[in-house]
Ligand binder design. Structure first.
Ligand code: MN
Length: 258
């Protein structure tokens, strides 16, 4: 029994909604700010080639400049030293980029504490209510941080002690890599790790664990509040940059409306 005609009919009839989890890409899109001794990523930029003028009378087009890790984007395993021999972004099997989404809402906790860390117990509590994390799926970690994504300053939330944004504890990162059945972790913040994670042991534990286990990260998602805890299907579409460590991505979710 074919299922795609049913899917197409449900999409056309509005019973399945397509929710855009992607932040718009512009020169104002926030980017990560690393300590100053390290190389920094580029903001997104458009350079106009022609706009129905002498340079091209009937057409408008631009060149783009962007970091691989600018805006809503995917981290490939080779992004981190722990995954240096792993997949580049072009090598990821497309089937890994479509899968069920488990949405964990820790936005109240993150509102109370911008350094909030997801622990294994939070995931266990979610599983007790909603069932096990989905095999081959995505853990989407809602913190409410998408409300800040129009402002570099509020998004990165740095003070004299560095950035303060929610993330994942070292123990939970290890658990995600070693025991969770998901292919990746999606977050609303500028990276999968907490703002303060450069000072954790190990530093940036989420990147180290996810990339080292062949998993993926998705960052700067928005609209997770529009998704149910279970039942949505995530579609992540990074560009197949050959040898790339990641790519800006359009990320969509299919959501059944009852
Ligand atoms: Mn990244």
């Amino acid at each position: 029994m074919p299922v795609l005609p049913e899917l197409a009919a449900a999409l056309a009839g509005g019973r399945i909604e397509v929710v855009d989890l992607t932040a718009p890409l512009s020169s104002g899109t926030p980017v990560i700010a690393l300590p100053e001794q390290f190389a920094q990523t580029a903001r997104f930029e458009l350079t106009e080639l022609s706009r129905y003028d002498d340079r091209g009378p009937a057409w408008y087009w631009n060149d783009i400049r962007t970091g691989e890790h600018t805006g809503t984007h995917l981290d490939a395993p080779n992004h981190w030293v722990t995954g240096r021999d792993g997949e580049d972004v072009a090598s990821i099997a497309p089937a890994r980029l479509v899968g069920p989404a488990a949405v964990l809402d820790l936005s109240a906790e993150a509102a109370a504490d911008p350094d909030f860390l997801l622990e294994v117990d939070h995931v266990r509590a979610w599983e007790a209510e909603h069932g096990p994390l989905p095999e081959g799926g995505w853990l989407l970690y809602r913190t409410g941080w998408d409300a800040r994504s129009d402002s570099q300053e509020r998004f990165v939330n740095a003070d004299e002690s560095g950035p303060h944004t929610p993330g994942v504890s070292p123990a939970c990162a290890r658990w995600l890599a070693e025991e969770a059945p998901v292919v990746g972790l999606g977050v609303e913040t500028v990276g999968t790790d907490a703002g303060a994670a450069g000072g954790f042991d190990p530093p940036f534990p989420c990147h180290a664990a996810l990339m080292g286990s062949g998993r993926y990260g998705l960052t700067q998602l928005r609209n997770l509040a529009l998704l149910p805890p279970t039942g949505a299907v995530l579609v992540a579409a990074p560009l197949p940059i050959v040898g790339g460590s990641g790519s800006p991505a359009r990320v969509l979710a299919l959501v059944e409306r009852g």
